[in-house]
Design a protein around this ligand. Structure first.
Ligand code: HEC
Length: 178
């Protein structure tokens, strides 16, 4: 059946050529789509990843990350800070208590007592800061009860100073400086 004969409800369907402007527009649209894709993925800064990067950069400019302020002499800046002591107690119970005991008394039989006046790796803030940050390697251990893991990545500087504030509160023999 030729389309010219198509009739329904008294309406006849014609078979005219598409107008020239319409076809031209169609072809131009295809070229535009190709060009646009090349521009978008190759050269524009309009992609999600770019947006994300600019927004993060703007946010960081507006709210700069606070650098933890350390003391020149290596002493613990959080000594005596009640909030820090409470936070340090919590971290200690979560992470250190398995080896040093919940109250740091060494009652687990692995890590030594941290509340007495005997210190084997230094009795001042900077020394125990290094011990906790870096851990104690097998070859540097003195008690022969195993090594102590490093905590610089799992806890970080501020968290370690909080723990030290808690220890200092329980143990007056921990000196500020050497
Ligand atoms: C896997 C067990 C283990 C864990 C977990 C652990 N320690 Fe230790 N720690 C040890 C051992 C063992 C020693 C003693 C090493 C040696 O023989 O010299 C030690 C030593 C120390 C010392 C030195 C004590 C001194 O007398 O000089 C400090 C301070 C200390 N630990 C603090 C911590 C803190 C704070 C944490 C938690 C962030 C922690 N430790 C987690 C096992 C551990």
């Amino acid at each position: 059946m030729s389309t010219e004969d198509k009739e329904f409800d008294g309406i006849k369907q014609a078979d005219n050529e598409m107008p020239y402007w319409w076809k031209l527009f169609f072809v131009l649209a295809i070229f535009f789509a190709i060009g646009y894709s090349i521009y978008f993925f190759g050269f524009s800064k309009w992609r999600n990843a770019d947006h994300f990067r600019t927004e993060v950069a703007e946010h960081e400019k507006k709210f700069p990350k606070k650098q933890f302020q350390k003391n020149q002499d290596g002493s613990n800046p959080l000594r005596g800070n009640a909030e820090a002591i409470a936070a340090g107690a919590k971290t200690f119970k979560n992470i250190c208590a398995t080896c040093h005991g919940a109250e740091a008394k060494g009652d687990q039989g692995i890590g030594p007592n941290l509340t007495d006046s005997e210190w084997i790796h230094g009795d001042y803030d900077d020394a125990i800061f290094t011990t906790i940050m870096e851990g104690i390697k097998q070859e540097n251990t003195k008690l022969g009860k195993g090594a102590m893991p490093a905590h610089k990545d799992s806890i970080g500087e501020e968290g370690i100073y909080q723990i030290m504030a808690w220890i200092a509160e329980k143990n007056p023999s921990l000196k500020k400086v050497k």
